[in-house]
Design a binder for this molecule. Structure first.
Ligand SMILES: Cc1cc2nc3c(=O)[nH]c(=O)nc-3n(C[C@H](O)[C@H](O)[C@H](O)COP(=O)(O)OP(=O)(O)OC[C@H]3O[C@@H](n4cnc5c(N)ncnc54)[C@H](O)[C@@H]3O)c2cc1C
Length: 451
């Protein structure tokens, strides 16, 4: 199977990102039938078969959606988990060929581009010119429209809110063929419903968003080893004000006084002095060449891996000036890393729980994982700040948020996640939308009712 995402991964291999523009992006490429990708989400679960796929090459040549008797869902780079980008039996509109930049105000830091431009391509254009994306997820291989539709959050939620907070306008194609300009002042309800709306309000054709000024491509970062949840919250409270970016990896399988131990990253964009005379170095890419056997990731190997990661840092704190790629996208150097979970795939469980009762719900979730041995080494733990998104259905809200990748082991996994759901629900928290939610209706109901 050939995946068209690979050609956006090639973006880093060029020496001069300026060369990528405009020619590489002006003419979309028609893939031969043998190379048409299979449409799947990053977790490769659930496995569904779409009814029809329609690649979109030009903004002006979108099929008449009112003529189509199937459900329609736009697709980006399939970097979302669960089924939010899948449309079983329906029509998938692949918008990743809409990859043209439209306008870039280098003075004000405002970029307008087509829906399928990836953040990797945006960064290749803007970083050498002293700008950065306002919010980024843990991979840069996502489309701008995907970033809006999932209203992505990054390590700077406490400073910048979600991606949607920085979107100034976009054009939306509705299923009746209408094309609407949406902004905080024009078609404002649709603007708010589309941010975090999972592609259910229409197809974003292009979008405009604000950028962040930077002095260079480096991050002045620190990594701190912490021994317990209490220590995490202490470090986090100290860091929130002084550091724009904060995030941690947590050992979710250890209990007792070390429950929640891990490694904490914090950083700021480097100043001109800190970045002086440094050069970006390209890192070789690795690839997971085949699906690993599903038994490879089990409680024992997860525990061993967690121990090794925790002990990999010998001193309590390290400080460094790192490239933005190393800081934000460590997993992007391993292509196809989702194959490490085997053919059956995996689910990402993400929740946010309030501070109530000293994070009782969080402790309960970790205790459940330890007790059952259900856990993972891919764990992201951070806090969300107070900044509200314009998105009606946005996931983030103040509290601590935990994201854990679970190998899919059949009903047992789903049952376990139901247990976690219940703990989160009772705490007044919220579960991310990336789980298997079989129908669009359920998804909407869940997200609305959780609000
Ligand atoms: C390694 C990794 C790290 C991640 N880290 C984070 C993180 O830190 N924070 C975070 O928030 N997310 C994170 N994610 C999730 C990812 O950022 C989002 O799922 C993102 O939406 C994926 O974008 P995509 O282009 O691949 O879209 P897809 O996965 O293809 O689609 C996602 C949604 O966008 C909709 N969509 C796509 N194109 C359009 C369009 N043109 N118009 C309207 N709707 C459209 C789809 O219908 C679907 O509902 C991570 C994912 C990975 C793999």
């Amino acid at each position: 199977m050939v995946n068209h995402v690979k050609d956006i991964e090639a973006i880093d291999q060029t020496d001069d990102p300026y060369l990528l523009l405009p020619t590489n992006h002006m003419e979309p490429v028609q893939l031969p039938a043998s190379q048409v990708p299979r449409y799947q989400s990053w977790g490769r679960y659930p496995k569904v078969k779409e009814g029809l796929v329609e690649p979109v090459f030009w903004r002006g040549e979108i099929p008449d959606l009112s003529e189509i008797d199937k459900t329609v869902l736009p697709f980006g780079y399939g970097r979302s988990y669960g089924d939010s980008c899948l449309n079983e039996g329906g029509l998938v509109l692949d918008t990743t060929f809409l990859r043209r930049f439209i306008a870039f105000d280098d003075e004000a830091g405002v970029l307008r581009c087509e829906a399928g431009v990836s953040l990797a391509e945006v960064l290749a254009l803007i970083v050498p010119r002293g700008w950065f994306v306002p919010v980024t997820p843990g991979t840069k291989f996502v489309s701008v429209a995907g970033a809006i539709a999932n209203d992505i959050h990054g390590k700077n939620h406490h400073h910048a809110g979600t991606f949607g907070c920085h979107v100034t306008q976009f054009e939306l194609l509705r299923s009746n063929g209408e094309r609407l300009l949406c902004s905080p002042t024009e078609n404002a309800d649709l603007f708010r419903a589309t941010i975090g709306g999972l592609g259910l309000t229409g197809v974003i054709l292009w979008a405009e968003f604000k950028l962040k000024k930077i002095a260079n491509p480096f991050i002045a970062m620190e990594r701190i080893r912490y021994r317990s949840l209490d220590e995490f919250f202490e470090i986090n409270a100290q860091s929130d004000h002084d550091f724009e970016y904060t995030v941690s990896w947590m050992d979710c399988l250890i209990g007792g006084q070390h429950m929640g131990r891990g490694l904490y990253w914090r950083g700021n964009h480097a100043t001109a002095e800190q970045g002086a005379s440094r050069r970006l170095r390209k890192k070789p890419r690795l690839r997971v060449p085949f699906d690993f056997p599903s038994q490879l990731l089990n409680t024992l190997t997860n525990r061993m891996f967690n121990e090794a990661v925790y002990r990999s840092q010998l001193t309590r704190k390290i400080q460094a000036i790192s490239s933005y790629d190393d800081f934000f996208y460590p997993l992007d150097v391993i292509l196809d890393w989702n194959r490490a979970y085997g053919k059956q795939g995996f689910l990402q469980y993400q929740c946010v729980v309030p501070k109530d009762d000293n994070y009782r719900a969080l402790k309960e979730i970790l205790a459940q994982m330890r007790r059952t041995g259900e856990g993972s080494f891919v764990v992201v733990f951070k806090t969300f700040g107070e900044i509200k998104s314009p998105g009606m259905l946005s996931f983030p809200r103040p509290g601590a948020t935990l994201a854990v990748d679970f190998s899919y082991k059949g009903k047992k996994t789903l049952k376990f996640l139901d247990t976690l759901d219940q703990i989160v629900r009772e705490s007044g928290g919220r579960v991310g939308c990336n789980l298997m939610e079989k129908t669009i209706q359920t998804r909407i109901i869940r997200r609305f009712s959780a609000r």
